[in-house]
Write a protein that binds this ligand. Structure first.
Ligand SMILES: [Zn+2]
Length: 268
């Protein structure tokens, strides 16, 4: 009798959960459809031209897909001002969304960084608590480390607005904190890409520097992936020249060929 009662309760609970999840999915689906259909405000295009100029170089078909992803990104993610920043205004949010969505616009489907729910923006560098093992003293130490970006597995990306502005240059210095941190929320796949990343990371560790890739990539294969993504979009022509296998594998993975955006348009 008690067993039947518990079974009924569990059944009712399970059914309620399924209905709730179904309604939630439906609401989310309808909201996405509405955002996708809505026209992109003209002033967002001006912001992109100013703050994420590579977006303007995209072929028109890709620009349409990028705009669709930006609208979904802005509708789904929350932006929080931190460290004395008064607010994250539209111009800042669109600039960050525009750069992040470059990673998505060539790929099939609408998945918009499902592991990211919020973006935290600091005015400049910020401190993050780090635990590391100190072999010299034989124990774990805790210290605060200055950072300009961070990707938390708990669902947030943290960036310094000052650093976001550094990526403003056309075909700049190969650095882009937004691309770097959002790359940490995309898992590279495919035999060719994984092999190119492993080999590139090994070489960078041995040589300690590279003409195109940030030396920080030597830290780990994850960091090598993130700095490669920065170079893929920000220094595409030189990456293609100096690391053709890595560039080719990344081009297949993202279904994008950024080096062409610059050569076709007579770029930098
Ligand atoms: Zn990183």
């Amino acid at each position: 009798m008690l067993g039947d009662f518990i079974t009924s309760i569990l059944f009712a609970f399970g059914l309620s959960a399924m209905v709730w999840l179904g309604l939630r999915y439906r609401r989310r689906h309808l909201a996405r459809e509405a955002y996708r259909a809505a026209p992109m405000p003209m002033y967002w295009r001006h912001i992109l031209r100013r703050r994420a100029p590579v977006c303007v170089r995209l072929p028109l078909g890709l620009q349409a897909r990028l705009h669709r992803q930006i609208k979904i990104f802005l509708a789904e993610k929350t932006f929080t001002a931190c460290g004395g920043l008064r607010s994250v205004n539209d111009a800042m949010a669109v600039a960050i969304a525009g750069q992040a969505c470059l990673l998505l616009c060539g790929r099939e489907g609408d998945a918009c960084f499902p592991t990211v729910s919020s973006v935290l923006v600091y005015p400049g560098s910020f401190y993050s608590r780090v635990r590391s093992y100190d072999a010299a003293v034989g124990m774990e130490i805790v210290h605060d480390e200055a950072r300009v970006g961070e990707a938390s597995p708990m669902g947030s990306v943290v960036v310094s607005w000052h650093e976001v502005l550094q990526a403003n240059a056309l075909q700049g210095n190969g650095r882009n904190v937004v691309l770097h941190e959002f790359a940490h929320h995309i898992r590279p796949t495919g035999t060719a890409l994984l092999a190119a990343l492993r080999s590139g990371h090994r070489k960078l560790r041995v040589h300690g520097e590279d003409a195109v890739l940030d030396a920080y990539g030597a830290e780990s294969e994850d960091e090598f992936w993130a700095v490669s993504v920065e170079a893929f979009f920000e220094d595409a022509v030189r990456l293609r020249e100096t690391h053709p296998q890595l560039y080719g594998a990344m081009s297949d993975f993202f279904a994008l060929d950024p080096a062409e955006w610059w050569s076709v348009a007579g770029g930098a």
